[in-house]
Structures are given as structure tokens and as C-alpha cells.
Design a protein around this ligand. Structure first.
Ligand SMILES: Nc1ncnc2c1ncn2[C@@H]1O[C@H](COP(=O)(O)OP(=O)(O)OP(=O)(O)O)[C@@H](O)[C@H]1O
Ligand SMILES: [Mg+2]
Length: 265
């Protein structure tokens, strides 16, 4: 397992003890080369779990291993070379250009002077091309549409050349064409470079088409995990999201989820 979690416990400090959010993960992991989707209702702890894996926040107990090494033992640069991240909320006080933003993905590889080299420029150029943002590379990131900005952040993560990419609702602002093309590009990268993808999404269809493993998170716990074809079913969707759905199985690999409004039942 490329990501492995044991006996993890976390709670946000502050706030009233009785309504404080708590996250508990006893034993969970992600296989190398997987396309893994983390699903669950709002506030269930998905983003928090990603932030724990990224070492942005520190657990009160337990361990997270990346490639068998506890993340607490990683040097900051080495962790940045291993895990790239596309955040759910993108904020920047400073209007960097698209080009500069994607180039930031190369930071862990630069020397202490922060100079980019030919290879960095080549990798950034390629990322700008595959995510179709080359034509806006001189624009400020505060001058982009939601979907353009999302593609910039995914391009930055890919330029980082990490073996694991964590994405927090990467499709939230994308039109359908770009949802399909970006999930397709990520899947190609996974196959070609054996990278591991862990994505949080509310889109059950995209999870049904692209991922191979799925975990459902509820109230700070991972309740169900497994192969997509075994866990993405009507019962689990009903139990977790309280909606009726029909899961259409084209093949074991391609599932389509049709959510049905109550009126139809
Ligand atoms: N910095 C913080 N301080 C205190 N509580 C927080 C903080 N960030 C998140 N929370 C709380 O922790 C819980 C889990 O939040 P988290 O962002 O992990 O949920 P999520 O599953 O990603 O939800 P969503 O689908 O809405 O993005 C929520 O109840 C939230 O209010
Ligand atoms: Mg979230």
C-alpha cells in the first residue's frame, strides 16, 4: 500500500467539546496505482482526511505511512515530491499568472535560489498544453473562470511529478467535456506512470466510470471500502446519501448512477 493509515484520531481544536468534529480511521489504505474515490456527505471529513495525509494538520494519535515511511519522518521537500494536491478551496491573495502558478509545482525541485531550469520549463509547457490553458498562460489567476482556475490547479499538481495526487472535488467547476477530459488525462497518467490518484468527489457517475476503489466516509469514519463494483450499489447510496438511485452496470468497470427524485418512487 502506498498510503497506509493506522489508528488515526484527529479533532479540530477549539469549539465546544460536544460538537467538535472527530475523525477516526482505524485501518485504511490506498494501493499503488489505484484510482481511488473518497465519497461522503458534506462535513463527513473527506477534506480533513486529505489534509492529514498532506501533513497540513497533525493527528492527536496514530500514523500515516507513505511508501512505508511515517509522514512525520519525511523532509518537507521529499513529501512535496511525493504528494501533489489540488485543494477544494483555491485562494490566492496575490494574482500570480497561470504560468507562474503551474511553475510553482516545480518548487520542490528547485535549488535554494529558486531558479527554474530547462526541464522545469519543458514540464510546465507540457502541463499547460494537456490541460488546454496554454492560451491563457499570461493571465492572472484572479482573472479566470472557475473551470479554468480548476484546470490550472490540476496542471500545477501534475507538473509536480509526484507519485500520488490528491484532488479535492476537482470537477466541481468543470463543464462536462472538461470533467471527462480531465479524468481521462489523470487516468492516462496513472496508467503510464503508475501514479496513485485519490480524489474526493460528489459525482457518483465520475467515480463509477473512472475509479477502481471507493471509500464512503460518514461522520468522521470510513464506513465502507472496496472495489467499485462491490460497493457502489443502490443500498450503500441509500444508506449514506439518503437518496434512491439506480446503478446501471455496463461492465464491471463502468457503472452509471442514476439518482431518482422522491417523486418517482
Ligand atoms: N479548520 C477547521 N476548524 C474547525 N472545524 C473544522 C475546520 N475545518 C473543517 N471543520 C469541520 O470538520 C468537519 C469536516 O469538514 P471537512 O471539510 O473535512 O468535510 P468534507 O467531508 O470535506 O465536506 P464537504 O463535502 O462539504 O467538502 C465539518 O463539520 C467542518 O465544519
Ligand atoms: Mg471537503
Amino acid at each position: 500500500m502506498i498510503i497506509k493509515i493506522n489508528n488515526l484520531y484527529f479533532s479540530y481544536q477549539g469549539g465546544k467539546q460536544n460538537n467538535q468534529f472527530k475523525l477516526t480511521v482505524d485501518d485504511w489504505g490506498v494501493n499503488k496505482g489505484a484510482f481511488f474515490s473518497l465519497l461522503g456527505p458534506n462535513g463527513s471529513g473527506k477534506s480533513t482526511l486529505l489534509k492529514l495525509i498532506l501533513r497540513f494538520i497533525k493527528p492527536a494519535r496514530g500514523n500515516i505511512f507513505i511508501n512505508g515511511v511515517d509522514i512525520q519522518d519525511y523532509k518537507r521537500k521529499d513529501l512535496a515530491k511525493t504528494i501533489a494536491y489540488v485543494p477544494q478551496k483555491i485562494s490566492s491573495a496575490f494574482p500570480y499568472s497561470v504560468y507562474e502558478t503551474v511553475m510553482m509545482g516545480r518548487t520542490p525541485y528547485m535549488n535554494f535560489m529558486g531558479f527554474e531550469n530547462e526541464e522545469d520549463r519543458r514540464i510546465v509547457k507540457h502541463a499547460l498544453e494537456i490541460f488546454e490553458i496554454d492560451h491563457i498562460k499570461h493571465k492572472g489567476i484572479n482573472e479566470l473562470s472557475g473551470g479554468e482556475l480548476q484546470r490550472v490547479m490540476i496542471a500545477r499538481a501534475v507538473a509536480q511529478n509526484a507519485s500520488i495526487i490528491l484532488l479535492d472535488e476537482p470537477n466541481a467547476h468543470l463543464d462536462i467535456e472538461h470533467q471527462v477530459s480531465i479524468y481521462g488525462i489523470l487516468n492516462e497518467l496513472r496508467i503510464q506512470k503508475q501514479i496513485t490518484i485519490l480524489t474526493v468527489t460528489h459525482d457518483l457517475n465520475l467515480a463509477g466510470v473512472y475509479s477502481d476503489y471507493i471509500s464512503f466516509m460518514v461522520n468522521g469514519r470510513i464506513l465502507i471500502s472496496g472495489n467499485k463494483k462491490d460497493v457502489l450499489n443502490e443500498k450503500n447510496i441509500k444508506d449514506i446519501f439518503k437518496v434512491n438511485a439506480e446503478v446501471i452496470k455496463y461492465t464491471d468497470d463502468i457503472l452509471n448512477v442514476l439518482v431518482k427524485p422522491d417523486k418517482l418512487n
